[in-house]
Design a protein around this ligand. Sequence first.
Ligand code: MRU
Length: 361
Amino acid sequence: MKINGQHYRSVWPIGEDACGIIDQARLPHELVTLTLRTADDAARVIKDMNTRGAPLIGAVGAYGLALAMRSDPSDENLTRMHDMLAETRPTAINLRWAVGRMRDALLNRPCTERAALAWKEAAAIADEDVAMSMSIGEHGLKIIRELSQKKKGAKLNILTHCNAGWLATVDYGTALAPIYMAHDAGIPLHVWVDETRPRNQGASLTAFELGSHGVAHTILADNAGGHYMQDGQVDMVIVGTDRVTANGDVANKIGTYLKALAAKDNNVPFYVALPSSTIDWTMASGRDIPIEERSADEVLKMRGRTENGSLVTVEIAAPGSPAANPGFDVTPARLVTGLITERGTCAASIEGLRSLFPKAQ
Ligand code: MRU
């Protein structure tokens, strides 16, 4: 990703005893980086969503475990830090996948070698995430190209929900990778960006990314997408995901399900883009996915910049009213046109997933 002409990844090593992240809680108003030196630092930024997005929290969790190995590489600390990091956010499977892969790579190795091995493994997880995002981009580009040809090159309108771009991954993104590639290939397109209440990852992060890359886009109130679909102004939906179960059900940011229903009703293709680290082969269907319940404050208050430039949090609800705040919902596989993965696009079903990943456990 390039911000103001400078290349960034969303997480990067600093020497061999720290790593850096972009503080996503301060975007789009301020570009601030944070340095993580301990596993506790990594856990805190994941929990508080200074870093977020399913593939990215996997990579940051991996670096967190690598940082833990520098101070205490014992079996006991490895297990304790693994469990502590895995617990920080419940819905995205990538986090458990990444810290589980780290633990497996280290458990039977001598303690004296663990710090160096852990650093390499975390870097490999980050590099592989970038490679998977690029492949997802290429496979998604084929779909966008076909739709663009059907429209005889007229501007393609794509709707996305939440943020599944560079900022949600180590680089490029999942849902946004095909959009960047199509834009770079000269395909005329425009993106409808759901604001994505309550934390507004669409309005603040996706819009920031698309703007930095020069992609035409418009932010929509979350409730407006169905109207534009009825009006023929949405040609396709692409979203990311935090967990896909073996039958092709998709957990993603709250509100995704309603967009999938509206897309089905209006014959708009609804695609989900994901790296294979997002597939939970152990879970048969989306009914069992743990849905993160977040603080009511995220619904009752809002953060923004005032005219004089200061960042403030304001109350927006009737004083004393309670609020519920599920972070994610599950879109049933029957509403999904296709899953775009690093190995190609498949049907959202056990057969579809198996056709691309025959050996996955
Ligand atoms: O709660 P967040 O912001 O960490 O949510 C995760 C997401 O970014 C979205 O659900 C996204 O669409 C999937 S992650 C590529």
